[in-house]
Ligand binder design. Structure first.
Ligand code: LLP
Length: 385
């Protein structure tokens, strides 16, 4: 249960509000750093999960690099203290303007996702008399058995260079001026809970690394993306994810050679559990078929349930102070004019009243970053505790 005592002056708190527990963030980062040191794996934090400056400054202070997917993420990462030498610019659709923005910021590594992108990068490098360091993102054709909207490594997905095009990409790299091959990248999806998928990914990467080497290129950097899942059902039981399990799967499956630097790009696993979306009950509505709790937070603040049918643990924080008053089943919904604006259907909660504070847990990743001002609603407030 979210501890309301962490928030002084709760009555005056403007909701909806993202509350970030910076102590929990610290301990999660520490756990990640310990595992990464133990297994000799480098960490680039994926900004897309949460790009609040205060959170970025904290993560950067641990010496991690950054995985960015837009020119603005590159700028934000550097502004918030990530070392330029650790900023990777990835993304399936980089505009020419973003490529120049990233180069001007000093982002040294580009993760490339198509043959055409190699040509564009080469011509921009030449026009600036620069050299661009390149990692090829390969689509490894591995189904990570996660939600279909967040699986990325199958041939039906838009991401990465197809295995069939790896030879052609290497050929281009050999011919095009201005590009320096550094290594390979792959990412198979997100919210992955079975370590065997990461092992399978590494085994595929071993084949690709061989291919790169036999074509006469160095493969000194290998990035395996992010994807480690978190426990959305029991955030208090598992506040930190199994970083050791992830890294040991990599360690035992990837053929590492001396001098090869291995990277991961965790997003969700680092920041999901430290964030809670606090909201007030606006209205309790009883229709013939359903009971509704209408919150002041909506899908514009946290779109994961509407977009993926994602379940987040929901708690009524005010009801516990009222003593035993029984439970009721509610559809917990937002105020947005869309029928999909539902956080949870048939959610068993203590009998709830207008004005109650509700916590939507594990909202630190892909919550604030994916929010919008649909219906011209305000964005949620932000509080660090
Ligand atoms: N690297 C690459 C290339 C990625 O595409 C992603 C996530 C990550 C790293 C970070 O993955 P993570 O460690 O966070 O799983 N909005 C969705 C998740 C989209 C993930 C997109 N790519 C959600 O709310 O579940």
């Amino acid at each position: 249960m979210f501890n309301l005592e962490k928030i002084p002056g709760i009555d005056a708190l403007r909701t909806p509000c993202y509350v970030y527990d910076m102590g929990l963030l610290d301990s999660t980062i520490n756990a990640l750093r310990d595992s990464s040191v133990k297994y000799g794996i480098n960490v680039n934090y994926a900004l897309k999960a949460n790009s609040e400056p205060e959170i970025l400054r904290k993560i950067a202070s641990y010496g991690f690099g950054a995985d960015c997917v837009s020119g603005n993420e590159v700028s934000r990462a550097i502004e918030c203290g990530f070392p330029k030498s650790g900023v990777f610019y990835a993304g399936v659709g980089k505009t020419d303007r973003e490529i120049v923005q990233a180069l001007e910021c000093g982002s040294p590594f580009f993760v490339v996702e198509s043959l055409q992108e190699l040509e564009v990068l080469s011509s921009i490098a030449c026009s600036r008399a620069a050299e661009i360091n390149v990692l090829l993102r390969i689509n490894p054709e591995i189904d990570a058995h996660t939600h279909k909207f967040i699986t990325t490594g199958t041939s039906a997905n838009k991401f990465g260079i197809s295995v069939n095009d790896l030879d052609a990409a290497l050929n281009l790299l050999g011919r095009l001026p201005g590009l320096r091959m550094q290594g390979l990248h792959s990412h198979i999806g997100s919210q992955i809970t079975g370590m065997e998928f990461f092992s399978a990914q590494c085994e595929r990467m071993n084949l690709f690394i061989e291919k790169v080497r036999s074509a006469g290129f160095e493969c000194s950097m290998v990035s395996l993306g992010g994807g480690l899942g978190v426990d959305y059902d029991c955030p208090d039981t598992h506040p930190a994810p199994d970083f050791d399990g992830w890294f040991s799967a990599i360690d035992s499956s990837l053929n590492r050679t001396p001098g090869m630097k291995v990277f991961v790009e965790p997003g969700r696993s680092l920041v999901a559990q430290c964030g809670t979306l606090l909201s007030r009950v606006l209205f309790v509505k009883h229709n013939p078929a359903r009971n509704f709790l209408v919150l002041d937070a909506g899908m514009n603040n946290l779109m994961r349930p509407a977009l993926y049918g994602a379940r987040h643990s929901i708690e009524n924080l005010s009801a516990s102070g009222r003593g035993e008053s029984g439970f009721e089943k509610y559809d917990v919904v937002g105020p947005v004019c869309e029928s999909s604006d539902v956080f949870a259907g048939d959610c068993s909660l203590p009998v709830s009243l207008r004005g109650d504070i509700v916590a939507i847990r594990s909202a630190g990743a892909y919550g604030a970053t994916m929010s919008s001002r649909y219906n011209l609603k305000d964005l949620a407030e932000t509080l660090y505790v």
